[in-house]
Ligand binder design. Structure first.
Ligand SMILES: Nc1ncnc2c1ncn2[C@@H]1O[C@H](COP(=O)(O)OP(=O)(O)OP(=O)(O)O)[C@@H](O)[C@H]1O
Ligand SMILES: [Mg+2]
Length: 393
């Protein structure tokens, strides 16, 4: 474990022959020995490399070994490097270097005792390797802790998504059931009523105008069932990338005008009024059926969430774009929810008040995107909403 760590050693002496002799004594395959002939040279090496040990000659012209050591202790990068002083003077000099008594410092005396030099260097190199290996282990541990943490967070996020998906599915099932039951209940009640009239031979219940109203009611219920099923089919078409667009040339202003006529009964039922501002024809190549679906979704929403207010519809050209705007003065949508409403099954208003699958805007945005266009919303809570569809001309 310790051996693969290469140790760098620094030896400093003003006499080249001393450096050579010391180098020969301490060099080994797993060590690199750097030689410096002066304190200045040593300093520049110290700044470039990470040393396991520095062996400094005490007596040098210019900056001596003690002064160099002083500088090393004052520098962050070098202050923890163990130092061995080599001195020709007597042993009383050992403590001349004040403040070093407690540091990783040792002394060698000239003439050098080969055995002492080797064993001292071995001790310091081993110490260096041990602390280096320890550091590496701590780093590895920290790294694996970070990886575990990241993994845990991913797991947590996946679990949240799963829980959310399960909740959405359950919500969706109960909304679908409710949405399907409403028109079916209407139809079954009508049927039972007619059966009763038939059983009593009550022909007056089937007069021409009463039949008219009946068929209209039936048609509305059946259409709303068909719409539900179509929406669900569209979602699966979008998921499998099979939502196809069949463009043809038509006037968007005219399409919206016709659509509003078809909406007359619903507008009346919602106690709303709708104004249309479409002064000029806006011709382009789009899928007429799909664009009608988009505008009809926006209108239905404005009727549902518009709070019996005035709904303003505008159709116009802006540069290279055709635009349809549907603006209401209803409950509005908070900024946070404006991002959510285009996702499937997202419904942000009070779920007990209004019914809907939360698919309209999701499908509309996909249709508009398939045309290379955009749909965006401007709204503030309680201050109405403006939905704008932009299609390339
Ligand atoms: N004009 C609007 N004003 C306020 N809130 C709106 C408006 N239009 C949409 N929303 C909010 O955005 C949600 C998503 O709308 P979306 O049309 O996708 O679904 P939905 O109307 O609930 O159901 P679906 O359209 O499938 O019948 C709605 O449930 C509602 O909370
Ligand atoms: Mg809708």
């Amino acid at each position: 474990m310790l051996s693969p760590i290469q140790a760098k050693l620094l030896i400093v002496d003003d006499l080249p022959e001393n450096l050579l002799a010391l180098d020969a004594l301490i060099k080994r395959e797993d060590r690199t020995v750097y030689k410096a002939l002066s304190a200045d040279e040593a300093l520049s090496l110290l700044l470039q490399h990470e040393f396991a040990l520095a062996i400094l000659d005490v007596q040098m012209p210019g900056m001596n070994g003690f002064e160099l050591a002083e500088l090393m202790r004052g520098t962050e990068k070098t202050k923890n490097i163990p130092i061995v002083f080599v001195s020709a003077a007597g042993r009383e000099l050992n403590y001349a270097f004040k403040g070093y008594e407690s540091g990783a410092v040792d002394f060698l005396h000239k003439p050098l005792d080969i055995h002492a030099v080797k064993s001292k260097v071995n001790v310091f190199v081993d110490l260096y390797r041990q602390s280096k290996a320890m550091k590496q282990q701590v780093e590895a541990l920290e790294q694996s802790r970070r990886e575990q943490q990241a993994l845990l967070e991913r797991l947590q996020a996946t679990q949240n998504e799963l829980e959310q998906a399960v909740r959405m599915r359950d919500d969706f099932m109960s909304i679908v059931a409710h949405e399907v039951r409403t028109p079916l209940n209407g139809l079954i009640l009508e049927t039972q009523l007619r059966k009763m009239h038939l059983a009593r031979g009550n022909a007056a219940a089937f007069s021409l105008d009463k039949m008219h109203a009946m068929v209209d009611r039936d048609e509305r219920q059946i259409k709303s069932l068909i719409r539900l099923i179509e929406d669900m089919l569209d979602v699966s078409r979008i998921r499998t990338g099979k939502l196809s667009i069949r463009p043809s040339r038509f006037d968007l202003a005219q399409l919206v005008r016709n659509l509003l006529q078809g909406f007359a009964a619903q507008i009346e039922a919602a106690e709303c009024s709708v104004s249309l501002d479409a002064p000029e024809p806006v011709e382009g190549d789009w899928d007429e059926f799909r664009i009608e679906q988009v505008v009809s979704n926006l209108l239905t929403n404005a009727l549902r969430y518009g709070g019996k207010s005035l709904i303003q519809v505008r159709v116009y050209c802006a540069g290279r774009e055709a635009r349809v705007e549907v603006q209401d003065n209803g409950i509005g949508i908070s900024e946070e929810n404006q991002r959510r409403i285009f996702a499937q099954f997202e419904r942000v208003s009070d779920k007990t008040v209004v019914a809907g699958l939360g698919l309209g805007l999701f499908i509309s945005e996909q249709i508009v995107a398939a045309h290379g266009g955009t749909i965006d919303v401007e709204s503030r809570i309680h201050e109405g909403a403006l939905f704008r569809v932009s299609l390339p001309l």
